[in-house]
Design a protein around this ligand. Sequence first.
Ligand code: SF4
Length: 471
Amino acid sequence: MSLRRVFVSLGSNLDDRADLLRHGREAMAALPGTRFVAASRIYQTAPQDLEDQPPFLNQVVCLETDLAPRQVLRHLQQIEAAAGRRRTVRFGPRTLDLDILLIEGFSSDSEQLTVPHPRLWRRAFVLAPLADLWWLARDMPDEDVGALARALSREQSVEVYVGSERQGAGGHGAAQAELRRLADERHAVVLAHNYQRAEVQDAADFVGDSLELARKAAATDAEVILFCGVHFMAETAVILSPQKTVLMPDPRAGCPMANMVTPEGLLALKAEHPGAAVVAYVNTSAAVKAETDVCCTSANAVEIVRRFPRDQPIIFVPDRNLGDYVARQLGRELILWDGYCHVHDSMRAADVRALMSRHPGARVMAHPECRREVLDLADAVLSTSGMLRYPSGEQADEYIVCTETGLLHRLGQLYPHAAFHPITRQAICPNMKITTLDSAIEALRDGLNEVVVPPRIRERALQAVQRMVEG
Ligand code: SF4
């Protein structure tokens, strides 16, 4: 029997509300014929209709089930009852509130079950967590859930909750609230890379990989972009959106790999290979991008290179490991620059094997910036966003993660039922971690560290970056 995806919201505002949500998740994961796919971040919400009560915690989960919709409803009611749900006042305090929001390929308007949920599109406390999981939606209403959630979240006081241990970033609430307040005041959008500190990720408007952040930077209507990442990412935002002010929390946040290739070095290599096209990983300076035919990220490098005729020589800069991976995937030779990411290049097959023997059955996810010896052991070679999605389609409970440890925060939020083992706790990029909430607040408050790309370079780099974003 085919499994339907079901989105369910959880809410509670009693003292042990985080535990109640955990109990609800675990009970749903144990339903017959049901697979727990993923969970959103937990959000804290001021009470809406009856204000004299504690704030709520809300979350959305995605399940896959062969249960009929009314069976799902009955099971959820049983879970609520077992959690001691009492509802003496409408919109009043809740032990555990479970609501079916959406069911794949199903709608109903009966008294017992209304799907989609009738108040879904008006409630930020439902839309904000649903937006975290909207990439899992199949055969669901065609709505821009992210835009709806953002529009409503500010007026309805919905924020990521950082109080629980699992959410990982406790104790930063005041600084996060200040950053959010400043972002509102300055009409700014806060973009954060998947490797940023957990507390920075949780305060951002969008968290993603280089490609997703570049697309967000191009699409946003905010006047200011606060880029919590490294320098080449902020430059890419300037290239795509020159009319916006792009700020960085800390100007020292560079990428050592991007610094390994200079425009002069690239021009010299081009001179050695006349007629060769240049594909540059996005981890390059704007000046290098200006000498490039097309940029790529780890998410689309194979597809970008595949578009070139097979007899077209291609120079690939700067990551030798990503270039080697692309060449092997496509069965063609590339002219590789000898650059590398020190975080990924230091990972070793022996470390992966040691973890595999400690966790038999764990799936191995590796970033293509890793060496060939590591990639050869991986079940899946993925960009960071690919890694965030991969477990949603797997049955495994354990994963070995071969990338920077910042990704573990989102993985833990999305898949609270699974265990994620970093290849090493030392897989930390100091340049990514240099950004703090304090530096982000200072930069936004005082308009510090504006990233500038000279117009002549910007114009020459634009086409290569646009091809990456569109590709
Ligand atoms: S993780 Fe590697 S590629 Fe990413 S910013 Fe750090 S050094 Fe550069």
